[in-house]
Design a protein around this ligand. Structure first.
Ligand SMILES: [Mg+2]
Length: 463
């Protein structure tokens, strides 16, 4: 009897469990049914596992700088837009086409890992960065989420913008331009403070065209005029000092201390990566500068990658603010990684940007996810047709000193073909690129046939 009772209990337990499971599956079925509906935003036209990259094309827009915009196409019609660094060339991305063709664009990190070796500082980071943006555009469209959601959560709904302001040798006129920026709604400012502003004044520069103590006093008159125009509360950064050594930079930074700058940018311009000198690798020089002044020191607009470009500067606390441009630094994912590392190590982040609405909105998605960020640059607020290049973002894109973070799938940007075609520098509008179908540069590739020796030492030809 006890056996019989146990069996009866077991059966009762089993029946109860079966009933519970049935109601669970009924529940999950209902939930799954709800997610498969249109309200889930999933792109029913795409089969993610079957998605393949079929092509990459480009258009080069002529603006304040050239904007190399790329498009990655797939076998399912969904495509992604990306942009290489302003004043760079689309070829930095197009040479990567054979490395992408046939791959699933949703494999974002494996693809980017394989492209990393083709990336470098200054404009050579543009190809990797453009591909990163286009892959996030595609993935966002496929999964029905904004690009920012693919890399994290949103810390802010709008991005604070600071903008380029044309300089004048007349401090009064220069200050008026900043007053106008303030009236437009900007709350963060940056001034170009080139030594050339004072170069024609008596005893202002030495024979290297670097400001003397007298020249620095003249330069301070410009900062004072701008401070008088925008007030002392507003953050004010300064840039474009000229070809300075470490000692020059220290003299400049100390002279500016009384103006409480948000940062002094790219001060050390001697002994670095190529002409222009805006890709510093000399973290020791920057550390000397930073430790000699209370003016915050920023650099990084032409550096690529955390390990390749930013890590030494951050690890050694050689600067106060990193200033990556997502169109050089590695796009959405790598720039987020760099900024996270900076934040973890007590270094602040500001974003450099001078491209089209495509790269702008990709940078906005990235910036939305940063725990700490000061502001993002825009170089085009005085170009009336700049925002017309794209549809999607709310207009004006820069609105009272901020850009709203989109919630549309992917980057939330489509090009206005008619407007873009009015501003093509050269080449066509996403013309075919068969010249990039085959590998132009790569690591070791098997090919052959190669002459070789067999195990008996006799020459053979290996296929
Ligand atoms: Mg700069």
């Amino acid at each position: 009897m006890p056996y019989c009772n146990e069996k009866q209990v077991s059966r009762r337990k089993l029946m109860a469990r079966t009933a519970a499971l049935a109601s669970f599956f009924k529940f999950t079925e209902t939930r799954a049914g709800a997610q498969s509906g249109a309200q889930a935003g999933f792109n029913r036209n795409s089969a993610p596992s079957q998605l393949r990259i079929t092509d990459m094309r480009a258009v080069l827009v002529a603006s304040n700088y050239d904007y190399p915009i790329i498009r990655i196409d797939t076998n399912q019609g969904v495509y992604g837009l990306g942009e290489a660094r302003d004043a760079g060339r689309e070829g930095t991305a197009l040479v990567l086409k054979p490395h992408l063709a046939g791959r699933n664009p949703l494999s974002i990190e494996p693809i980017l890992d394989s492209l990393r070796i083709f990336s470098n500082h200054q404009r050579m980071g543009g190809g990797y960065s453009a591909v990163d943006m286009a892959l996030h555009d595609i993935a966002g469209k496929v999964y029905g989420v904004p690009a920012w959601r693919l890399i994290g959560s949103k810390y802010r709904d709008r991005i604070r913008i600071y903008c380029d302001t044309t300089e004048s040798k007349d401090p009064g006129i220069y200050a008026e331009r900043f007053k106008r920026r303030k009236q437009m709604g900007f709350t963060f400012f940056k001034m170009d403070l080139g030594t050339r502003l004072v170069a024609d004044k008596p005893d202002a520069v030495n024979d290297r065209r670097v400001a003397t103590q007298k020249g620095l006093e003249y330069m301070c008159e410009y900062i004072q005029a701008v401070r008088d125009a925008i007030g002392w509360e507003a953050p004010l950064a300064a840039d474009h000092f000229g070809p300075l050594t470490v000692n020059d930079s220290i003299r400049y930074a100390r002279a500016f201390e009384k103006y409480n700058l948000a940062w002094a940018e790219d001060m050390i311009q001697v002994g670095h990566l190529g002409p222009g000198g805006d890709a510093p690798k000399d973290w020791r020089g920057y550390k000397e500068l930073k430790e000699a002044t209370t003016t915050p020191i920023a650099t990084g607009e032409s550096l690529f990658g955390l390990e390749e470009g930013f890590k030494d500067l951050i690890d050694h606390r050689a600067i106060d603010v990193i200033h990556p441009d997502p169109l050089t630094a590695g796009g959405i994912r790598e720039t987020r990684r760099i900024a996270d590392y900076a934040s973890m190590n007590g270094v602040e982040t500001a974003i450099h940007f001078a491209g089209s609405p495509v790269g702008c909105m990709a940078s906005v998605h990235m910036a939305a996810t940063l725990k700490d960020m000061l502001a993002m640059e825009n170089h085009a607020v005085d170009i009336p047709w700049w925002g017309d290049l794209a549809a999607g973002p709310s207009k004006p894109i820069v609105n009272s000193g901020y850009i709203s973070v989109p919630d549309a799938p992917g980057l939330g940007v489509e090009l206005n073909e008619d407007v873009v075609k009015q501003h093509i520098r050269k080449g066509g509008y996403f013309s075919p690129t068969p010249q990039y179908d085959d590998y132009i540069l790569d690591r070791f590739r098997t090919g052959g046939p190669y002459p070789h020796l067999d195990e008996n030492g006799k020459p053979v030809v290996r296929q």
